[in-house]
Ligand binder design. Structure first.
Ligand code: SF4
Length: 716
């Protein structure tokens, strides 16, 4: 174990809060101050006033994060499932021998790709990197992917294609303050990243305007200057309509388009088919509002579009991202201060997690597994023959869909992900998990996925480990050890080393510290798109974080990208002509309503951690179904009734919450719960053809029953 890191503060810390680290949850990665674990009570948490992203602010999840440490439900030793279905605590050798033996037997009987690996956007860069290496080198399987595929993959693909690189926000969050106009699309930042609202407050105090496009009048929409309440799944049409007005009213920056981009003519031809009157019919956004938004964006000297899951989690998510990027390129805003396009990444290390080789098609540093030069570079760092590296594997949903005897993937090794809540099409995915020859879960607590596992390996959680995270701005920061883990719990790095040893390649996984893993990651990413080679732990300490790319130790890092060139070979950005198309499953006579999902401010993703925190659980014990008063009246629903919602895949019973903040044709529920309360039971496995993102944000449903009884207020 590494020693406790005491980081000098710029100002006196409150007594007992000596360590600077970061929140365990979302991509905002708020700086927090924690007290050293003195073995009596768990360390307290406070916002770090000197981290220049949150400036001391935290949301309720951050303030209560310390409740996860020394939690009574913590798993404190490795467990194997007995024949009667109960868990039996065992020694580490027995657990690792059992798992490795099964993996070897599966590989011999069914081939290398029959062992699957599923990672997470919550893992540190070091763990994400090592998990990718473990899959390719120790198991030799092509089938590794991660839950970030469900989160940022459409924005990542869109930015990669348009700019030649994907860094969620290619500028620091502080740039928001100086933007004259910000358009937030499909983002309820006030609930998902509450401390970010300080930047919008400052922006508006300085005279800026905020536009929000969303099917719900969310807390974010309520503080906007203009709210565009669009029909679910019509974001692309809205963006093309805005571009129509920009062209018509001559807001296009023709000099910028000529000097810095390729492909605008085809986009112009398509955009001119999106007259605002037509767009009003598609989106439900009145022509006057659309023109107003386009004029604000077009006339502002500085303007940015920030997208989020609402516009990205669709079967046309990548095309929608292209439509927003097209708009900002046409206005000549990308690469200029306080301007451009960015996506608000969701998961804690959603950015770093997608850079370092957990994705089925990628190697560390955004190198591609199908590109020979990339394979050779990484194979050399790993000390293996490039030919031994597997090729591209299945994407997250496709990997899960292939579990079991029929699909051919017979084992799944899950690290930091709760796929039995977070995946679409749960009515078929959960039985597939049950059909596996081997399911292993590495986590701190049991969850809905481990309920079906054969082995559970308890690992360190956030404040018990060292490592780095890359926040939504592309800023690489330090996660620090503050709290002593239970004695029989191990780091994920040790777990992977123990398994690799039993799989015959322990020498490639001998790392004494997380920093040693990071040093190898630096070599693997040297010269790549996401180049971390110039970032060291020491440099992160000194600067409070370093933005990638950072190609050598004397390089200061890159807070703002695209000022002079984009990352395509010719230095230019690419326009992509994109057209509106319906979702795979639009509402019809049988299933007449839109169903869309999202988040509560009290819970994080699958809720595996936040549902364990008493304050959060009490505040939001269950998912509630939002529906408009007109729709409620039609079905005789009042707040608190139990409403059964059905899609073509299954049913869920929700407690109703009648609210005029939602469209009358749309139902909303959060997805933080599993089992019978899982909103994802309704969602289909319809994927974007490029990013393989499931269509989480639009499903056709109907209301099939209403029971006039009070909602349950206790979680199951
Ligand atoms: S959950 Fe996100 S916004 Fe809330 S405190 Fe943690 S990092 Fe900050």
């Amino acid at each position: 174990m590494t020693t406790l890191a005491r980081i000098p503060l710029k100002a006196a810390a409150p007594p007992g809060l000596e360590v600077r680290t970061h929140c365990p949850y979302c991509a905002f990665q708020c700086g927090i101050l924690m007290g050293e674990d003195r073995g009596t009570e768990y360390p307290r948490v406070s916002g770090d006033p000197h981290f220049p992203v949150n400036n001391g602010q935290l949301c309720i999840k951050g303030w209560t994060a310390d409740a996860l440490l020394q939690h009574p439900q913590r798993v404190t030793g490795p467990q194997l499932r007995d024949e009667d279905g109960s868990w039996r605590e065992v020694g580490w050798d027995e657990a690792l021998d059992f798992i490795a033996g099964k993996m070897i037997a599966i590989r011999e009987k069914y081939g290398r790709d029959a062992n699957g690996v599923f990672g997470s956007g919550a893992l540190t860069n070091e763990k994400a990197y090592l998990l990718g290496k473990f899959a390719r080198v120790a198991l030799g399987t092509a089938n590794i992917d991660y839950n970030g595929r469900y989160c940022m993959s459409s924005a990542a693909a869109g930015q990669n294609r348009a700019f030649g690189v994907d860094r969620g926000m290619p500028f620091p969050v502080a740039d928001i303050e100086g933007a004259e106009v910000v358009l937030l699309v499909g983002s309820n930042a006030a609930d998902t990243l509450p401390p970010i609202m300080q930047w919008f407050d400052r922006q508006r105090k300085a005279g800026g305007r905020m536009i929000v496009a969303d099917p719900r009048r969310t807390p974010t929409a309520r503080v906007s200057d203009l709210f565009l309440q669009l029909t679910p799944g019509t974001d692309l049409a809205l963006a093309n309509g805005l571009l129509y007005v920009a062209i018509e009213e001559k807001f296009v920056d023709e000099a910028y388009v000529a000097e810095r981009t390729n492909g605008f003519d085809a986009v112009r031809r398509i955009a001119l088919q999106y007259h605002p009157a037509y767009v009003e019919r598609l989106t439900g956004v009145p022509e006057g509002q659309l023109r107003q938004a386009a004029r604000w964006l077009g006339k502002a000297r500085t303007a940015m579009v920030l997208s989020s899951r609402g516009t990205e989690q669709h079967s046309k998510g990548v095309d929608s991202v292209h439509a927003w990027i097209n708009l900002m390129l046409a206005l000549g805003r990308v690469g200029k201060p306080n301007s451009g396009f960015g996506t608000l990444t969701g998961q804690g290390n959603g950015q770093g997690g997608r850079e370092h080789g957990q994705k089925a098609d990628q190697l560390p540093g955004y190198r591609l597994i199908e590109v020979d030069a990339d394979r050779e570079h990484v194979a050399k760092v790993w000390g293996v023959d490039p030919a031994s590296l597997p090729r591209k594997g299945k994407s997250a949903y496709e990997l899960l869909d292939a579990l079991g005897p029929k699909g051919g993937i017979r084992s799944l090794f899950v690290m930091g992900s709760n796929v039995a809540v977070a995946s679409p099409q749960l009515t078929t995915i959960v039985p597939k998990l049950v059909s596996l020859d081997l399911l292993v879960v590495c986590d701190a607590f049991h969850n809905e996925t481990s309920a079906h596992a054969h082995a559970f390996l308890p690992v360190y959680q956030w404040a018990e480990e060292e490592g780095t995270m890359t926040n939504f701005e592309g800023r690489v920061i330090r996660r620090r050890y503050v709290s002593r883990p239970p004695k029989r719990v191990r780091s994920d790095i040790d777990v992977l080393a123990g398994l690799a040893d039993r799989l015959g390649c322990g020498d490639k996984f001998e790392f004494s510290t997380a920093e040693a893993v990071f040093d190898e990651l630096r070599k693997a990413t040297a010269g790549a798109t996401a180049d971390y080679s110039g970032i060291t732990y020491e440099k992160i300490e000194k600067n409070g974080g370093v933005f990638w790319p950072c190609p050598d130790e004397s390089h200061p890092g890159t807070p703002r990208m695209f000022a002079e060139r984009f990352h395509h070979a010719d230095g230019r950005a690419k326009f992509f002509p994109v057209e509106h198309r319906p979702a795979v499953e639009q509402p019809d006579e049988e299933y007449p309503l839109f169903f869309t999902t999202g988040r509560y401010k009290e819970h994080y993703n699958s809720g595996a951690q936040t549902r364990l925190v008493e304050k959060l659980r009490k505040a939001k014990p269950l998912p509630r179904l939002e529906l408009h008063p007109r729709l409620a009246q039609r079905h005789s629903v009042v707040t608190g009734n139990r409403v059964t919602v059905e899609s073509r895949r299954g049913q869920v019973v929700f407690a109703a919450e009648v609210t005029a903040d939602i469209r009358a044709d749309t139902l909303f529920a959060p997805f933080h719960w599993g089992g019978r309360d899982a909103a994802n039971r309704l969602i289909g496995g319809f994927l974007d053809p490029i990013s393989r993102m499931p269509e989480f944000k639009l499903t056709a449903v109907r209301i099939v029953a209403v029971r006039p009884v009070a909602a349950r207020e206790e979680p199951r």
